[in-house]
Design a protein around this ligand. Structure first.
Ligand code: AVI
Length: 319
């Protein structure tokens, strides 16, 4: 086992300042995942309303053999996972590969050191024979390093993480993946599909308030890391699914006219009563949109692997 740590681009303060001075205030969802946020996200994935996790678990558990058959690698390869999280779903696929005596090295990448340490421990506990080389860092800073790998690569971008990117950003990210992949490399990418709007709405506004806590943690994180004086009781959470464009957009709502200071930035920000802070986009795709995304970024679709309810797809693309 080997872990590489990379420096992240230190722009938290700049991003927060930019976001809180924009006409529509915003805080990027990439800041959800500090150590506490990563724990809350684990709780989200266990919620009865949050269907993406069990759907993708089902795909990787029941269709692993079919996915392996489509890889077509005839030499040892790397499985590089972006935003690996707890790896519970991925290990279903890795287990199948090990059972089939396939020779590969698992290379998980995650922004959270704690998440990576736990992932390694869990993976090796469950799959003792696994070759694992972990990386702590963000996707973009890692892409150049990865392109130097000689062996073929299966890139995993699971959990519908792509849904958290605006269209332009999603194209930019997939284009960068493609630029750094070799001909024949594969990308297995998770997309949450459009479905009954009520199912989606409930997944992003749960009755226990776990998603609310996930969003509120952004304010806590600013208080802790940047010396902010946000008071959680003066903010609420609001989430909206628009079935016409497949977008869930989540917000924090200022419950009154208020001023918040952030000492590390040396500024005070004013919030109107009911003013929104946009925190997250979670885009739900149609199959046609997914296929366009693949083609527009230099990939060819190999196959869509769907769960039995057709809520979710892990789509296999090749360069
Ligand atoms: C990580 N990402 C794919 C999750 C999603 O569904 O957009 C994050 C999340 N936000 C609220 N619940 C889950």
């Amino acid at each position: 086992m080997e872990t590489i740590t990379t420096t992240t681009d230190l722009t938290f303060e700049q991003d927060i300042d930019e976001g809180l001075t924009a006409p529509l205030k915003n805080i990027s969802s990439k800041y959800f995942y500090d150590d506490l946020g990563s724990v809350i996200f684990q709780d989200i994935m266990k919620m009865p309303e949050y269907y993406p996790t069990p759907c993708e678990f089902e795909i990787l558990s029941l269709q692993g053999e079919n996915i392996i058959k489509k890889l077509n690698f005839d030499e040892p390869f790397n499985i590089i996972e972006f935003g690996a999280g707890d790896g519970i779903k991925t290990r279903q696929l890795l287990k199948k590969l090990l059972e089939n005596q396939v020779d590969f090295t698992y290379v998980p990448i995650d922004i959270s050191q704690k998440a990576i340490e736990e992932l390694e421990a869990n993976m090796l506990g469950y799959l003792p024979g696994l070759k694992i080389k972990s990386i702590v860092g963000n996707y973009f800073s890692m892409i150049d390093e990865l392109s130097e790998m000689q062996q073929p690569g299966l890139f995993l971008f699971l959990g519908s993480n792509i849904g958290n990117y605006l269209e332009e950003e999603a194209n930019d990210l997939l284009g960068q993946f493609n630029n750094h992949m070799k001909s024949g490399d594969k990308l297995l990418i998770g997309f949450d599909l459009q479905k009954n709007p009520s199912v989606i709405r409930d997944a992003y506004d749960d009755s226990q308030g776990i998603t609310k806590a996930f969003n509120m943690n952004l304010l806590q994180r600013i208080n802790k890391e940047l010396g902010g004086n946000f008071k959680k009781e003066f903010f609420d959470f609001y989430s909206h699914y628009n079935p016409l464009n497949g977008e869930v957009r989540s917000y924090l709502v200022s419950l009154k006219q208020q001023e918040v200071s952030i000492s590390k930035i040396g500024k005070t920000y004013s919030f109107r009563q009911n003013e929104l802070i946009w925190t997250e986009l979670s885009k739900k795709y149609t199959i046609a949109e997914i296929e366009n995304l693949a083609i527009n970024n230099g990939f060819e679709l190999v196959e869509h692997f769907l769960d039995c309810k057709h809520y979710f797809t892990d789509s296999l693309w090749t360069k």
